[in-house]
Design a protein around this ligand. Structure first.
Ligand code: UD1
Length: 336
């Protein structure tokens, strides 16, 4: 298929683009490169021996989006483009709603005009908010707790309404748990700008010597070791989930929702210990107060994706850390 990948230069986007190319699809990427770089896609080209057609513009530029659809006959869209920093979204809510929601509306309008009605959307387990009704199933009520999460929830609502209004749409909403790791080559991986918000990139930067120690946010949660529990999933497993979803929506219409997680939770301390095993030396850490808004425990019920897509995560925490470390240690400053 000829597929448009929005945000394809980013972390999950670049890994999914790689898998799509390896499956023989033709990929066109649109990315504003605000939080990413075209270097990731050049490396994807190197790894696959295939070309990626990159268009550098913003989905807020509705005319440019329309033009891209006029010039290409896409069969499906995988939509990653969006801002994703929780803290920044609290500071700049309008910026987040504008970018994520309006950008998506522009995309959908262009798709409709061009008669392209097959979409895989990058949602997030963040739509479940602080719910600790674990494991979290697709039936768990949505209750995002910050503007970033609400943009994901609102886009899910828009897509559900669209599917109800026009039954010719095929839409997959993928709710990711905590994506980590990197392609096994170590050539592409997550490259956050500034201080990483998420645990694994922070741990990796401590391990590589860019930061002194990990601050563990809270050791008084009602969990076995007192630290927060999350469902970490290897980014290549996640990418495979997108291919499975694309395959599913290819010859079905409707709106479908799937959790993409492993179904197994690990504590912050277990992650830090696993990373130490990957690097061969313990990662220094210190306990700090809880981070406001954090749930104690979050992990997926991934059974719907297994039943419908015949997809399940394959890589364990040690593989996630080993691959994340290969990327970080060979690219200590990311792509720059
Ligand atoms: C966070 C976001 C979520 C987003 C997801 C993926 C919040 C409240 N939630 O989820 O909306 O979808 O990232 O981008 O920000 N931790 C530390 N020290 C650190 C960093 C994290 O102890 O320096 C702990 C956290 O308290 C948590 C776990 O590690 O228990 C995972 O944190 P993180 O990677 O930020 O993911 P989430 O909080 O699950």
């Amino acid at each position: 298929m000829k597929i448009l990948v929005t945000g394809g230069a980013g972390y999950i986007g670049s890994h999914t683009t790689l898998c799509l190319l390896e499956e023989g699809h033709e990929v066109v990427v649109v990315d504003n490169l605000r939080n990413s770089t075209s270097v990731s896609l050049r490396r994807v080209e190197r790894l696959t021996g295939r070309r990626v057609d990159l268009h550098e513009f913003d989905l807020l530029d509705a005319l440019a989006v329309d033009k891209l659809f006029e010039e290409n006959q896409f069969e499906a869209v995988v939509h990653f483009a969006g801002l994703k920093a929780v803290g920044e979204s609290v500071q700049k809510p309008l910026f987040y709603y504008q970018n994520n929601v309006v950008g998506t509306l522009n995309l959908l309008q262009s798709m409709e005009k061009a008669n392209v009605r097959r979409l895989v959307f990058s949602s997030s387990a963040t739509v479940y908010g602080a719910s600790e009704d674990v494991p979290l199933s697709e039936k768990t009520p949505l209750a995002a707790t910050n503007p970033y999460g609400r943009t994901k929830e609102q886009i899910e609502d828009i897509l559900s309404d669209l599917g109800t209004a026009d039954s010719s749409w095929s839409i997959a909403l993928l709710r990711y748990f905590n994506p980590v790791g990197a392609h096994e080559s170590g050539l592409i991986g997550e490259d956050p700008q500034g201080v990483p918000n998420n645990l694994l990139p922070f741990v990796a930067q401590v391990a590589v010597g860019r930061r002194e120690k990990v601050l563990v946010f809270g050791n008084d949660y009602p969990t076995p070791d007192g630290t927060g529990i999350r469902d970490y999933i290897h980014v290549m497993d996640l990418a495979a989930g997108h291919l499975a979803a694309l395959d599913y929506v290819k010859d079905r219409t409707g709106v479908f929702r799937w959790n993409l997680g492993t179904g197994r939770g690990y504590s912050v301390i277990e992650v830090i210990e696993a990373f130490g095993r990957a690097t061969g030396s313990p990662v220094p850490f210190q306990f700090a107060p809880r981070r406001p808004g954090d749930a104690a425990v979050s992990y997926a019920d991934p059974s719907a994706a297994l039943a419908d897509l015949r997809w399940s995560a394959r890589k364990d925490l040690d593989q996630m850390c080993a691959d994340h470390w290969r990327w970080q240690s060979t690219n200590p400053h990311g792509f720059s």
